[in-house]
Design a protein around this ligand. Structure first.
Ligand code: SF4
Ligand code: SF4
Length: 278
């Protein structure tokens, strides 16, 4: 069976791929692995030295946990989530990256503390992806001083470790207009939200790659000239990253996760076979 993959669109945190000949079940597994099993760094716990801000320690820790951290280098450098989940940072330095936040205000001063104020201490590669996430507003003569410990984790345990904001598999449209029936009234082009149907040079042009299968055109066509379906062996995979990992890294790591799970499954089957003397 032949298969192919084409990059349809790509941005810093977004990629759209078109797969041909790849089973839908496999792409759905990649989608789920992207959300739940590809590891990223996120702040696991926080030690507060001082907090006189209006926010409770727990609220600040929660906000810090949900602040995306660069993880491209970290996924190769640090030990995996399962090895670090119950390990103290004093015991293992290759589980945790430490970040620090030290902010205070003077008399009559009010200040917003942003994610850029969270500074890496032990590893310059693990730092907030975005600078302008507001974390705390300090009133006059207030202080927050803390150390934050980040480790690799998985989205299946907490969404803060998920590297994606969206991961979607969609069908690829099959769009045909019966030119024998079409009166070129243009109603389908008017309602199409993606410009997939247009009247050009006295004929109707269909661009399947733009179609999102919303069926607006089918409803609008007065003569039922449009047939709409999907291709059995073509699917789009859209991945939008939180910024912790590049979207292409997310997809490669998701395939690795699936491969290692299948390897573990095969080993289990082989051991059953060996035990039964097969
Ligand atoms: S199904 Fe929707 S997106 Fe596709 S051609 Fe019709 S109106 Fe346009
Ligand atoms: S709405 Fe139907 S008849 Fe009108 S241009 Fe589109 S396909 Fe042709």
């Amino acid at each position: 069976m032949s298969y192919s993959v084409t990059v349809v669109e790509k941005g810093r945190n977004y990629v759209r791929l078109l797969f041909r000949g790849v089973p839908l079940a496999l792409l759905n597994a990649v989608r789920r692995a992207s959300m739940e099993y590809v590891p990223t760094m996120a702040i696991d716990f926080v030690t507060f030295n001082n907090n006189t801000s209006p926010l409770h320690d727990e609220i600040i820790a929660h906000r810090l946990g949900l602040t995306p951290l660069y993880s491209e280098e970290a996924i190769r450098k640090y030990r995996g989530p399962e090895e670090c989940v119950d390990v103290s940072p004093e015991v293992s330095t290759d589980c945790y990256a430490v970040l620090s936040l030290q902010e205070s205000t003077g008399d009559g001063e009010v200040k917003t503390v942003y994610s850029s104020d969270l500074k890496p201490v032990t590893d310059p590669d693990v730092k907030p992806v975005y600078d302008k996430i507001p974390l705390i507003v300090l009133g006059p003569k207030q202080e927050v001083s803390l150390d934050a410990y980040a480790r690799l984790g998985r989205g299946v345990d907490h969404i803060k470790w998920s590297p994606v904001t969206t991961a979607v598999v969609t069908y690829s449209a099959r769009l045909n207009v019966d030119l024998g029936l079409c009166t070129l009234c243009g109603k389908c082009a008017e309602v199409c939200p993606r410009g997939a149907l247009t009247i050009e040079g006295g004929t109707i042009v269909a661009r399947e790659e733009k179609c999102i299968l919303c069926r607006q055109c089918v409803r609008a066509c007065p003569v039922e000239a449009i047939s709409l379906g999907f291709k059995e062996d073509e699917f789009y995979l859209d991945i939008e990253s939180s910024g912790a990992l590049r979207p292409e890294t997310v997809i490669v790591e998701a395939f690795k996760v699936i491969t290692s799970k299948l390897d573990a499954f095969l080993s289990a089957l082989n051991s059953i076979k060996a035990q039964s003397g097969g």
